[in-house]
Design a protein around this ligand. Structure first.
Ligand SMILES: [Fe+2]
Length: 401
């Protein structure tokens, strides 16, 4: 597609609300499939959620196989294992069940099922020839929005790099967002995934590819997140907060799926791939640092972000108002107990050079509003390393408590 043309891509059908998962069997029947592969992670499988979905599907007369091994940061090997099960079980469709990882793994498996080759062949933009096998994505976090995007992120284990695959063909046919599935999400995961959605909104709002359509999506996200993310974090059973965060993360997905992202994601992909850190936590730590770098390139827009996030910007200059966007983000991160830096998660100063070099090659870097040198990216990562001290002993304690 020409660089000048804009496009707007999203799933054809999107279902929202309590009880929405009950629709999955009917929607598969509409697609005239015979056997579907449920791609999920071990945790949700052990909780019995994949069995619950399998029962809904078999009740609709469709056979089911389950691949419960989508890893938190899905790898190339993970995709190979999944495609082997897909073929061995003679599947003709996929249902992904989870947050970003299950959807990303399912999209990778679907790409190979429809196009052959290895997942590495599809790194970059629109590299596949054929549409994906039918994919219905059931979301359990709010969120990566991977249930509705054309993005899939797969770790290349040899290079220890997250490959960003942006391909219109990986867009699911149907997305399902049922907030009742999110009630049990632990507070730290609620916080990390919620700040991921906020990051999508901010990066797409200041992207060089933003349009009035993506701006409209973003403006609503920036109103919803400050009200409902702290509520969902404080009380996971607050169904109204969960439902409003579903809409916030979905709108943020609509924005970044089309305007794309920036250096927060370009750098977060490297830290996540290198140290196997959760995506949302990486974004949350990087967000204020990248905003500070981008501030002069989009001063008006950062001033608007501050206003939408609830900061009082009356009677002050645009520049001062823009600074308040960073203040608002930092306050929210503090309220959500986001880790203060990568050092406490085990990141090392000697890796900064290679992380920065790889970040500059990431597809998300292309739409960042201010172009950075390698030195700039190194400075951003250095600033995001946080306080010097002993690394936190258990990452699990930080991200999954
Ligand atoms: Fe993200």
């Amino acid at each position: 597609m020409s660089d000048v043309l804009k496009q707007f891509v999203m799933p054809k059908t999107n279902l929202f609300g309590p009880g929405a998962i009950q629709e999955v069997g009917k929607r598969l029947n509409d697609l005239e499939v015979k056997k579907t592969l449920i791609v999920t992670d071990e945790g949700l499988h052990k909780l019995g959620l994949s069995e619950q979905i399998a029962n809904i599907i078999t009740a609709a007369g469709i056979d089911v196989a389950i691949f419960p091994k989508a890893e938190p940061n899905p790898t190339d090997q993970n995709i190979e294992d999944g495609i082997a099960v897909y073929h061995a079980e003679n599947c003709d469709s996929i249902v992904s069940l989870g947050g970003g990882s299950a959807h990303d793994a399912a999209k990778g498996i679907g790409l190979i099922a429809s196009n052959g080759g290895r997942i590495h062949d599809y790194e970059g933009v629109d590299k596949s020839e054929n549409p994906l096998v039918p994919l219905i994505a059931i979301n359990t976090t709010a969120g990566t929005a991977s249930e509705m995007t054309r993005f899939t992120i797969i770790t290349d284990t040899a290079r220890k790099v997250k490959m960003a695959i942006v391909d219109k063909h990986v867009t699911p046919l149907v997305s399902i967002n049922d907030p009742e599935l999110m009630i049990g999400l632990p507070p730290a995961l609620t916080a990390a995934t919620g700040v991921d959605a906020l990051t999508h909104a901010i990066e797409s709002f200041v992207s060089t590819n933003a349009t009035p359509i993506t701006d409209a999506c973003t403006e609503k996200v920036l109103q919803l997140v400050p009200e409902f993310l702290p509520r969902a974090y404080a009380n996971g059973a607050d169904l109204e907060a969960r439902e409003q965060m579903v809409y916030a993360q979905f709108l943020a997905g609509m924005a970044f799926n089309n305007a794309s992202l920036g250096y927060v994601h370009a750098i977060a992909h490297q830290l996540g791939g290198f140290y196997n850190l959760p995506h949302g936590v990486c974004n949350a730590i990087l967000l204020p640092h990248v905003c500070r770098f981008n501030l002069t390139a989009r001063t008006e827009r950062f001033a608007r972000i501050a206003e939408l996030l609830g900061e009082n910007v009356e009677g002050i200059s645009k520049r001062d108002a823009a600074e308040k966007a960073i203040t608002a983000i930092e306050k929210l991160s503090k309220d959500l107990n986001i880790p203060s830096g990568f050092r406490e998660l085990g990141a090392k100063d000697e890796d900064i050079e290679v992380l920065a070099k790889n970040a500059m090659l990431d597809v998300c870097a292309a739409t960042n509003p201010r172009k950075a040198t390698l030195e700039d990216i190194k400075q951003i990562i250095t600033a995001a390393m946080g306080p010097v001290g002993k690394p936190t002993e258990s990452l699990e304690a930080v991200v999954l408590s």
